[in-house]
Design a protein around this ligand. Structure first.
Ligand SMILES: Nc1ncnc2c1ncn2[C@@H]1O[C@H](COP(=O)(O)OP(=O)(O)OP(=O)(O)O)[C@@H](O)[C@H]1O
Length: 896
């Protein structure tokens, strides 16, 4: 039995009045007994309703009287008190009444012994949780001296304070609410004068019991915020902050770029369902099954919900609920600068790398032509994947590698700062600076870092370094790898390819403006790196696609071969186009000044011509053509030099027996060595003259990356004094920005058209303010022209495979290409144009202007033959040559 003490601090003598509370029984059996007794009593009552009415009237009367009644002495019930109420469900006679005077001196406390806590608790709580809104409204929160939150109830002049440590919402009743009072562990009655009476009525009690109740102490786990992390916490480990279920950036803002919308999944699901349904209907129609004879569907009942909750569920340590998916939106800083084609590119790459295009394919090729801003697009993708995913507050990837030529490592780091701002992404660069040991340690650290320990999520590394450190880097899972100038992966047997392929990385993005360099097998190699196995094995690809396509592209192919070729090409394109995006730099016409590009065919001088004929008719070349020579490349190299300038050769040593052909005043070589091959070739003395006259800078492969960059910056400086930049296309072709110049002369064509294209793109690119003029010089009828033809062949292959151009002409047979060592002296203008079988020209003269089509190959450009036509050219420098008879033919491309 609870000890109930009503204490009036003003009085020293305790127990003036014994108060009975509806207290809980000590054991369940006594509870039952009490209830039976109560039921018996109820049966004796003739009309409980009448009784209730009477009771209410009586209560009202009493209420009115209480204002005059004073508590004569402080109340305190001490000791064991009454043994136990015979009837815990009080009837009229046993209703405890606490009548308090208007002025109660100081504080009165009702205390319950500890023993009572548990037994009373249940009844108490039933009542507590039964509180209605009006009660709640009257409640104010407070903290007692123990720091336990309690609820205070103010009713007129009375304030009750109910407290129980374990209760979150304890409530007391006041007389005004006419509810049964609580039996709190302690009830504090303020000393303010008040009139309060607590009364019980049987019907009210019944009503109270009939009401639904809450289990005391039970807290619905679903209302508890899910624990962030279950399991053992290590001391000192910071807990994760609760994550808000919203996108990283506001996707409703105008101009925002949404890469992922949760609604798409629902749409997809609906579409899939629809497709399933249609397929089922189609299947039914096919089999001729009517609705009646269709086998009845067995409806499998949904798995019944578990009847009982697990302990984990009750304790609220169930698995963290998945938060709703959110939008993935490009950083607004980047949204402002991305151009429309770049937005499309970022969206495309996001879809590929997140498996939205094909569930098990995460790679792609960004094959935009040079200068379209592949770097910025990739950075937008990288930044988004590092920071965002459909799961709120989480990134898609943790670490990323950017692999590029060593000359571009710094460039990438600068571009990150340029577009995202300093300090936004931690970057580690590895460009063979520092000792091997230091770099090795840095690589190990980078590989070992996980989760919050990842300080530098981005590693920019050269292909050479990656090869070296691949055993270390292959140890760690990498979210994504970006391979800049990714055509380096054209050979699947190369060390670079093998090292990269060993990385533990799913998302693979290849950046290359020239994905087809020489042939389709190289293209296959890139595709296979990005999405391994998508096109089968190398042998399968060769059999299924490469051979039939090439056979049909030969100018002597039969109709049947051509048809098969087109079919295979379409098949390949439809498969591959899902993972490759390619835009030509015609797009740049919107942002850049006009580009005039010329392929200028120059006649060999008589001195060159004689030497050329002498060489190809020499015994060594004849042996070579019979398949007996061992150095075809050396022979080709010599011929190429001769086409550029005889002084590049070491005459007479390089060409046996040519002494008779040398002019009497010819100065043999010695100290006069040309600067380098490729790019702009200038004799040292000429370089000196230029230096004096114009100021010349020179860049070649022997220079360090740092020095190269310094030279480039100096050249691009508008206040710089240098006028000419001499560079080899190999060293200066990739990634450099040479917008300081607006005229580019390209000697010595490369076998790979992509190399020349890379070099040409250095000048006509973003930031260029002037019209650009590009000249590629080819010696008419010579080996240079054969190389150029080969370039055109590859270019047209690339156009139809990568660019999917429909109308690419078939120019050369395999036999044509074998005639490398033949000199065509009979050509009037140029061998290449004659082979084009150009329909726009009559007798070599253009009658119809070139259509405004994409860059393509030179067959679609403007054609100018001989001096008369040269006068029609817009370029004043070429016009000047009209009277010299040096130029036999010009192909011209005008960007816009
Ligand atoms: N949206 C843009 N606004 C302004 N400048 C841009 C934008 N996108 C790219 N650029 C600039 O255009 C130039 C070319 O970009 P980038 O080097 O990324 O092209 P790319 O396609 O990678 O070419 P390459 O293959 O030759 O390296 C850079 O100077 C770059 O800063």
């Amino acid at each position: 039995m609870p000890k109930t003490i009503l204490k009036s601090p003003g009085s020293k003598s305790p127990v003036a009045k014994k108060v009975e509370f509806v207290d809980g029984s000590e054991d369940s059996q006594s509870d039952l007994d009490d209830q039976e007794e109560y039921a018996d009593k109820k049966r004796e009552e003739p009309s409980s309703q009448q009784n209730e009415k009477d009771l209410l009237e009586e209560e009202d009367k009493e209420n009115r009287n209480t204002s005059n009644t004073q508590l004569s002495a402080p109340l305190k019930t001490s000791g064991p008190g009454p043994a136990k109420s015979s009837n815990p469900m009080p009837t009229n006679s046993s209703v405890p009444k606490v009548i308090l005077p208007k002025s109660v001196p100081k504080i009165t406390t009702v205390e319950l012994s500890d023993d009572d806590d548990e037994t009373n608790g249940e009844d108490e709580d039933e009542d507590e949780y039964d509180s209605d809104a009006s009660d709640e409204d009257n409640c104010g929160s407070d903290y007692d001296s123990d720091g336990v939150k309690s609820k205070r109830l103010r009713t007129g002049r009375a304030t009750y304070k109910a407290t129980k440590g374990s209760r979150s919402t304890p409530t007391t009743r006041t007389s005004s609410t006419r509810r049964s009072p609580l039996t709190p562990h302690s009830v504090t009655i303020s000393s303010k004068p008040m009139t309060t009476r607590v009364a019980y009525s049987s019907s009210k009690m019944m009503m109270a019991f009939k009401k639904p109740f809450k289990i005391p102490g039970f807290v619905d786990p679903s209302k508890i915020p899910p624990p962030i992390q279950t399991g053992v916490f290590t001391l000192g480990v910071r807990r994760q902050m609760p994550v808000e279920s919203k996108a990283a950036y506001d996707y409703t803002v105008e101009g925002s770029i949404i890469l992922y919308d949760p609604a798409w999944e629902q749409l997809d699901e609906a579409r899939r369902e629809e497709e399933k349904l249609l397929a089922a209907v189609a299947a039914q129609e096919k089999t001729g099954n009517t609705e009646e004879d269709a086998t009845p569907q067995v409806i499998i009942p949904k798995k019944e919900k578990a009847k009982y909750k697990s302990i984990a569920e009750i304790l609220g340590i169930t698995k963290q609920k998945e938060l709703p998916k959110v939008h993935v939106v490009v950083d607004p800083v980047l949204c402002k600068v991305l151009r429309p084609h770049q937005v499309e590119g970022v969206k495309f790459m996001y879809k590929c790398t997140t498996g939205l295009i094909m569930p098990n394919a995460f790679g792609c090729i960004m094959a935009d032509e040079m200068g379209l801003g592949k770097t910025l697009q990739c950075l937008a993708l990288l930044w988004t994947l590092l920071k965002q995913s459909p799961a709120p507050g989480k990134g898609t990837i943790e670490k990323c590698i950017i692999c590029c030529p060593s000359s571009l490592v710094k460039n990438w780091a600068n571009e990150i700062i340029k577009w995202l701002g300093p300090g936004k992404i931690g970057v580690l660069t590895c460009d063979s600076k520092g000792t091997k040991e230091d770099t090795n340690n840095a690589m190990k650290q980078w590989a070992a870092a996980k989760g919050r320990m990842v300080v530098n999520p981005v590693l920019i590394i050269s292909y050479e370094s990656l090869r070296m450190y691949s055993p270390v880097l292959a140890q760690t899972p990498i979210g994504m790898i970006l391979c800049d100038e990714g055509h380096r992966l054209k050979n699947s047997g190369s060390q670079t390819f093998v090292a990269l392929n060993e990385m533990n990385v799913q998302r693979r993005v290849i950046l290359s403006g020239t994905p087809i360099q020489n042939d389709l097998s190289e293209y296959f190699s890139l595709l296979n790196f990005a999405n391994p196995g998508l096109l089968g094995s190398t042998a399968e690809f060769r059999k299924n696609y490469e051979l039939p396509i090439l056979r049909g592209r030969d100018s002597e192919a039969t109709d049947q071969e051509q048809e098969t070729s087109n079919q295979k090409l379409a098949e390949l394109s439809s498969l591959v186009s899902k993972f490759i995006i390619r835009r030509t730099n015609d797009i740049l016409t919107k942002y850049l000044p006009t580009k005039f590009e010329h392929v200028v065919f120059c006649r060999l001088s008589s001195f060159q011509l004689n030497l050329y004929k002498h060489f190809i008719n020499s015994r060594s070349i004849q042996k070579l053509l019979r398949g007996q020579g061992s150095q075809p490349l050396k022979a080709i190299g010599l011929l190429k030099k001769l086409c550029n300038h005889p002084d590049l050769l070491d005459l007479p040593d390089d060409l046996d027996g040519c002494e008779a052909l040398l002019p009497p005043d010819y100065q043999t070589k010695g100290s006069k060595k040309p600067m380098s091959r490729g790019g702009i070739l200038v004799q040292p003395e000429f370089s000196g003259k230029m230096q004096n006259q114009y100021g010349v800078l020179r860049l070649d492969g022997t220079m360090t990356i740092k020095k190269r960059q310094k030279l480039v910056d100096r050249f691009n400086d508008p206040d710089g004094s240098e006028f000419v930049f001499l560079l080899s296309s190999k060293a200066g072709g990739c990634g450099l920005n040479l917008i300081g110049a607006n005229r580019l002369v390209l000697f010595d064509p490369d076998w790979n058209p992509a190399s020349d294209q890379q070099a040409l793109a250095r000048v006509w690119r973003d930031g260029q303010k002037k019209d650009c003029f590009v000249y590629r010089f080819i010696a008419t009828g010579s080996i240079e022209e054969k190389i150029f033809q080969r370039q055109s062949h590859k270019q047209s292959l690339s156009s139809c495979v990568v660019d999917e151009d429909q109308d690419v002409e078939r120019h050369f047979s395999q036999e044509n290409l074998r005639q490398l060592f033949l000199l065509n002296e009979t050509t009037e203008c140029c061998d290449t144009h004659e082979m084009f079988k150009c329909k726009r020209c009559v007798d070599g003269r253009q009658k119809m202007k070139a259509p405004q089509v994409s860059y393509g190959d030179t067959s679609t450009w403007n054609h100018f033959k001989g001096d008369q036509d040269l006068l029609k050219l817009t370029d004043p420098l070429l016009k000047e040559e009209a009277s010299t008879d040096a130029i036999s033919f010009v192909f011209q491309y005008v960007s816009h």
